[in-house]
Design a protein around this ligand. Structure first.
Ligand SMILES: Cc1cc2nc3c(=O)[nH]c(=O)nc-3n(C[C@H](O)[C@H](O)[C@H](O)COP(=O)(O)O)c2cc1C
Ligand SMILES: O=C(O)C(=O)c1ccccc1
Length: 403
């Protein structure tokens, strides 16, 4: 199904906002975070909204989007607009992918399964995090015929890794996204001040706790079942997936050998690492700084995108995330050479405010905004997104970077 989300705006105006929009879920991306804050306890809110250190990287992400500007073109036959893309030989209706976000159960009872269902409805692939409150099997069922990707926090234990890959494959997850930038959590003051680590209490460990290989090993080693010793099992699971940087570039051969679908590395910011990804036989990378949640004081992810595209864009698929908030942001990343983008926090804010309905509205709104802004910029299709229509400028003044 290829919905034209340009018509979402017409639908809203045509029927009247009250009939089409979910009450209480804003269409203004600048207000979403504030609305989510009202729906969440302080700990869950700080966890999603927070970042590393003084949040300097989060600021850089937004400032980079503010400094790169679109230059619109006119009379370009935009009625023939099309936002579909081809990724890894498959057609996708939209250049937007739901980023892997862990522990979605702390934001709303609809959790991963509800969001995976909504993603299928709106034509956006759902990426399931290894650190989830739903199992691989549950999410596959909820996502029905939707496209789904699996994000791996790469266990130290190869047997467990193989079991996760097998379950992902058997359950229709087509792309493996291996996250490299979070082998340990960063210094995140907002979580530290609240001593907030849900995984230690077993929340967010569902993928591990439902894994037959992990279960059997834990039971053999500890003499108890996971249910009898949730804290011990949580320690074992977290110790396995956040194992303190045990993997090297050479180890990628193991994943390459044991995953026969597209293999994507997430968290690439340096040109040399992008080249290493090509050498390791990867199919793609996500240029990402984890939404500014890991290294503090880092460059805005959008600012490294052009040089990475220049280095490897003709060899592997370059995807992008970190700081996408508007349709315009999506277009900018596409114009700088990304083939598609991932979005994290805004959708989680929607989920937090109003479960499935909130997440659906945020996703549809983002797609509608993308459609409208792309047409108005005179860009007919994603392949026509071009650096010719971009310029980096630095206006003075006091424009507060949002979110
Ligand atoms: C609450 C939260 C949890 C996240 N959990 C994961 C995760 O489990 N795995 C992962 O690869 N990235 C995770 N990320 C990072 C996102 O995949 C993505 O890189 C980031 O959110 C993009 O930035 P944005 O939020 O500005 O769109 C998480 C992000 C947030 C906000
Ligand atoms: O919080 C995060 O950014 C993240 O990637 C994560 C880390 C541990 C568990 C769940 C998600």
């Amino acid at each position: 199904m290829s919905d034209n989300y340009g018509s979402y705006q017409t639908e809203i105006y045509g029927k009247g906002a009250l009939m089409s929009l979910v009450p209480g879920v804003t269409t203004d991306p600048r207000l979403l975070e504030e609305q989510a804050k009202k729906s969440l306890g302080i700990r869950a809110f700080n966890y999603v909204a927070g970042g590393a250190g003084e949040k300097a990287t989060m600021d850089s992400n937004r400032l980079a989007f503010r400094q790169w500007k679109l230059i619109p073109r006119m009379m370009r036959n935009t009625p023939e607009q099309d936002v579909s893309v081809e990724l890894f030989g498959q057609k996708y209706d939209n250049p937007l992918i739901m980023a892997p976000v862990g522990v979605q159960g702390i934001f709303h009872e609809d959790k991963e399964t509800g969001l995976a269902e909504v993603c299928e409805e709106v034509g956006v692939p759902y990426t399931l995090s290894t650190a989830s409150t739903s199992s691989i099997e549950e999410v596959a069922t909820a996502n029905k015929d939707g496209k789904r990707w699996y994000q791996l926090y790469w266990p130290r234990d190869n047997d467990v890794t193989l079991s996760l890959l097998k379950r992902a494959k058997e359950n229709g997850f087509s792309v493996l996204v291996v996250t490299l930038d979070t082998w340990s959590l960063a210094w995140r003051p907002a979580d530290l001040d609240n001593a907030y680590v849900p995984f230690i209490k077993g929340v967010g460990n569902q993928v591990g706790f439902s894994d037959p290989v992990f279960r059997a090993k834990f039971e053999k080693e500890s003499g108890s079942t996971i249910e009898e010793d949730i804290v011990g099992a949580s320690r074992a699971w977290i110790g396995d997936i956040f194992a303190g940087n045990p993997h090297s570039w050479e180890d990628l051969a193991f994943l390459r050998k044991n995953w026969d679908g597209p293999l994507v590395l997430k968290g690439i910011q340096h040109v040399e690492d992008a080249k290493l990804a090509v050498e390791a036989g990867c199919d793609g990378i996500v240029v990402s700084n984890h939404g500014g949640r890991q290294v503090d004081g880092a460059i805005g992810s959008l600012d490294v995108l052009p040089e990475i595209v220049d280095a490897v864009g003709d060899k592997i698929t370059v995807l992008f995330d970190s700081g996408i908030r508007t349709g315009s942001d999506v277009i900018k990343a596409l114009c700088l050479g990304a083939k598609a983008v991932l979005v994290g926090r805004p959708v989680i804010y929607g989920l937090s405010i109003q479960g499935r309905d909130g997440a659906r509205q945020v996703l549809k709104g983002l797609l509608a905004d993308l459609w409208q802004n792309m047409g108005l910029s005179g860009i007919r299709r994603v392949a026509d997104c071009n650096r010719d229509q971009m310029r980096k400028v630095q206006y003075g003044g006091d424009v507060k970077a949002m979110m």
